[in-house]
Design a protein around this ligand. Sequence first.
Ligand code: 9Z3
Length: 372
Amino acid sequence: GAKDWWNGVKGMGIVMDSVWISWSAIHLIPSCHCVRMITEPTSFSAESYFATQPPPATLEHDVQRVREWTQKQVAAGRRVVLVTSGGTTVPLELNVVRFLDNFSAGTRGATSAEYFLKAGYAVIFMHRQFSLQPFSRHYSHSTNPFLDFLEIETDGGSSNPSPRISVTPEKRADLLEVLKMYKAVHAAETMLTLTFVTVNDYLWLLRAVSQELSTLGRKSLYYLAAAVSDFFLPRQKMSGKGSLHIEMDQVPKILKPMVDEWTPDGYIVSFKLETDTELLIPKAQAALERYGHQVVIGNDLHQRKFQVVFVSRNNGSNTRDGPQFIENWLRIDPALTHPGLEQIKEIEEDIIAELVKKHTAWIQAQTQANKS
Ligand code: 9Z3
């Protein structure tokens, strides 16, 4: 674990040990690229992590909400997916003014959640506070501000005390489609939203939610698209005042206990982000080998909107002689993804269609295996 990691990086030199920081947030690409330390990081097991780091204040309340909501989904016979989305922060001090952040707008997670809902799954959408959310993402303040397509009807002149507000005609059809689905999801209560900010919030929530969803067994799917920091600053090492001395530790590899203990029957899909496409497949295979979950979806930072690769173990009939892993590239025409287009294509539509197929086949295979 930490030893291998350390052997890998110790030749790389000094990047971060003791730092004076005068800016408010450093943005990091998720996964192991950017922060290296000159001191060997303490290796936290998941167990020691949860024994030493404090839970978020809202955890109990969130767990209660998840429990009640899950019971309704079980009663309705629905499959449930946990979608995690957005970046996690690492606060650098107890009274947080400065923090590290992982890059992610939450587009992948918010878009995917919509397609899961369309496919009939109930969704727990666990996201970074203020990152994009299903449905409202279409009217994000920066790309498509909704105030721009509302009109004030001035019947009776501008002095009319109660003018009506209407939607610009050319925007109506799209809005109606989004609104219909949004309202239907609300009415059916098929989406539950949870928020996190720090990597600590994220880890506590992930553990609690997957333990709750374990009651669904194979009907639970985990779609881990949030950009999770590799490093954190243990509460015990945070300085309350004075100089900012950063000595971070490695975030525990939570996928391992998730697969082995928290939700052993769940179908778990994780994302791997790289800036070098060549590394996607070996890194994805290493993750599958290490954690034993079902699928890693590899995506390259600059190509993630139009190509991803699914990597999974080869459980087919040719397992003996054939390759140990199979990889399956999913591509769409990049020209169709430009935000300004009338009809854009979202790769998440195809990702979710593929995952629903895989999840269904896996449930059938597991059920079959249990019978024989
Ligand atoms: C991803 O790779 C996501 O697809 C993106 C989505 C962050 C690229 P946007 O929100 O971006 O659409 O702008 N997530 C990275 C997942 C991650 O951090 N994985 C870790 C790992 O593989 C923990 S499971 O070690």
